[in-house]
Design a protein around this ligand. Sequence first.
Ligand SMILES: CC(C)(COP(=O)(O)OP(=O)(O)OC[C@H]1O[C@@H](n2cnc3c(N)ncnc32)[C@H](O)[C@@H]1OP(=O)(O)O)[C@@H](O)C(=O)NCCC(=O)NCCS
Length: 171
Amino acid sequence: MITLSPLADAAPDDVERLLDSAFGTDRHSRTAYRIRAGMAPIADLSLAAWEADRLIGTLQSWPVALHGLEGETPLVLVGPVAVDPDRQQRGIGRLMMDAMLSRAASHPPLVLIGDPEYYGRHFDFTADATAGWKAPGPFEHRRLLARTGGRALPLDGMLGPRRETKTSDLR
Ligand SMILES: CC(C)(COP(=O)(O)OP(=O)(O)OC[C@H]1O[C@@H](n2cnc3c(N)ncnc32)[C@H](O)[C@@H]1OP(=O)(O)O)[C@@H](O)C(=O)NCCC(=O)NCCS
């Protein structure tokens, strides 16, 4: 049986091991890591998946923002989403995403860098709003996805850590 808990229940070393096995040890240079540099995960939107006491999945979400002429527009950067390679394709990624999305309504719009084939088809993320956005590193525009929940977002700006983080955003 698979259960979910707050990510804080998992030992940090176990989380790092799982991320290495899903993404490789060179993952720290990825652009998504630069977008949220220095931020702590949003506790309410960061989850661990367990099979008994074995950690088999993690989902982290971070306070970030689009910085532009209109100032700072708060966003939530979702990811990495990782499932133990031995347990992929069994619905665990979807279970974590659905649990995160069920809590996301009270948070700013969501953004991620990931496969549109997965995040579009299953979770309503699209690249429609992000065409004019920039990031502090290389990325493919088709993989920069947002889930706005109908909210209007600036057409351009640079993604980066959120500067005006409010305690209520980090529940
Ligand atoms: C991507 C990942 C999180 C998905 O979790 P999962 O538990 O394996 O996937 P689920 O069982 O929830 O979903 C499976 C479905 O997603 C599809 N899918 C999974 N990964 C996909 C991908 N990268 N692109 C397109 N479709 C994908 C499967 O075809 C399947 O579709 P179906 O239900 O219509 O048959 C997981 O495979 C993983 O950790 N991969 C390596 C790390 C990674 O690439 N993470 C995503 C970037 S942040």
